[in-house]
Every structure is written in C-alpha cells, then in structure tokens.
Design a protein around this ligand. Structure first.
Ligand code: F6R
Length: 240
C-alpha cells in the first residue's frame, strides 16, 4: 500500500485528480468507482475544473457508486444520487445512462444487489475506485464485522455511522439501512484510491495501516491489494 501525506487538502485533491486524469487519458472509456461524503468533494471540484478547462471528458466514462441509503427517495436532498448530481454529474459531460448508483428503493434488495454486481462485471470491472473511510474504519458501508463481505448487499448501519452522518439529516430521519458494494467488490478494482483528512480519521488510519488485517477494521484489507494508494492530510496521518 502506497501512502502519501499532504499539508493541505487542496494539494491532496490535486493529486487525487491527477490519478483520475491519468486513468481517463489512458482510457477515455474507463470505469470509475465513486464515493460520496465530505472526503471526495475537493477532488470532484478539481475534476470539474479540469473538465471545464477541456483537459478531460466524461463522455465515454462509466461510473458505479459505492453505496446508497435504503428507503430514502432518490431525489431527497440527502440521497447519494442527489449528492452525485450536485457535486459531479450535473457539472460534467457524463451520460446519465452510464451512471450507476444502487436503487435503495428496490422491491427486492437481494435482486438489486446481484444486478449491480453483474453490471460492474459487464462493464469490465472498475479501473479506479475512490474511497473515503469512516471513523470506525468502514469503507463503502462495510461496517466492522466478524468477516469480510463479498459482493453488493444491504447492511444495517452502525450507531457510529448514524451518529457521524445524521448531521446532514436536519429535517428527516436518517435511514438505518443502505445498499453497499461489498469488500470483494471493492478489492476487485484494478486501482484503489482512499482519501482521509482530519483528526477524526487518525485512529481509523492507524488501524488501517498498522493494526491487524481484520474485518473489525474493514479498510485494513486494502493492505492486501496490489495497487492501493492512501492520500492523507497531516492530521489523518498524525498517529502513524
Ligand atoms: C460514501 C462512503 C463512506 C464514506 C465515509 C467517510 O460513499 O462510502 O464510506 O466515504 O463514511 O465519509 P466522509 O468523507 O463524509 O467523512
């Protein structure tokens, strides 16, 4: 696992955007795995700027998002669909039909999860997967558990995740379940890029890099990936 540490979030975002740009230049029809939350926002802004400057195009790019809340209308302001529209998709030339986000309102969650995995496979797998990390070490919504998870599935969110994310749900209750790519889905990506910033992530980063490889800290599995890069700011890296 490669670790790079930055003294500013903007420099970190530029480096992350460089890795995206490199992937897109090598293959304009690349398949990108995307994340939501605070961690990727600067990177998405940087990608939007590069798109506006004519340096990159998403016209032939396909994307798969890591996760989506269950039982939250797709157009709710807190859905990950809305997040992606606001923070990236609505501002670049990606084709709506090339965008994939789990349907958290599916009648049959197992069928939806299986179809999502098949769609990733049919697209040729993910070339570059972007990740954030939860304060409990989760990636996607793979919460600490007794075993590493496999493909996409529905998960009950932990209290720590509900506490961390409920600040966004000011006028509605935060969903208790989500659909998420599993650990095996994430590990199948050809390249993985994890972004962590701020003191609140320092312990999770310590456990990821220095602790045992265990499903109790799901991100620790990334040490077994051949091509995983951690981009950290000095605070997130402060316990290493
Ligand atoms: C989001 C996701 C989550 C977040 C993580 C960190 O799609 O899969 O694992 O990356 O909860 O969230 P932020 O970046 O808001 O601290």
């Amino acid at each position: 696992m490669q670790i790079e540490i930055f003294d500013s979030e903007l420099k970190l975002a530029e480096r992350a955007a460089d890795l995206f740009e490199d992937t897109i230049r090598k293959n304009p029809a690349a398949v990108l795995g995307l994340a939501t939350g605070a961690s990727p926002v600067n990177t998405y802004n940087e990608l939007i700027e590069r798109y506006r400057a004519g340096k990159i195009s998403f016209a032939d790019i396909t994307t798969f998002n890591l996760d989506e809340y269950c039982d939250l209308p797709r157009d709710d302001k807190n859905s990950y669909y809305s997040f992606m529209q606001q923070n990236l998709f609505g501002k670049v030339d990606i084709r709506p039909e090339n965008v994939h986000i789990e349907n958290g309102n599916a009648d049959d969650f197992d069928a939806e999860a299986a179809a999502y995995d098949r769609a990733i496979e049919a697209a040729g797998g993910i070339d570059l997967q972007l990740l954030g990390i939860g304060t409990n070490g989760h990636i996607g919504f793979n919460e600490p558990a007794d075993a590493f998870t496999d493909g996409t599935f529905r998960i009950k969110l932990t209290e720590s995740t509900i506490k961390a994310n409920s600040r966004y749900f000011t006028d509605s209750e935060m969903p208790r379940y989500a659909l998420t790519m599993g650990i095996a889905s994430i590990m199948h990506a050809k390249k993985i890029l994890l972004i962590a910033t701020g003191k609140a992530k320092a312990e999770a980063i310590y456990n990821t890099v220095k602790g045992p490889i265990t499903p109790r800290c799901p991100a620790s599995v990334l040490r077994l990936h051949q091509n995983a890069i951690l981009l950290l700011d000095t605070e997130a890296a402060s316990l290493l």
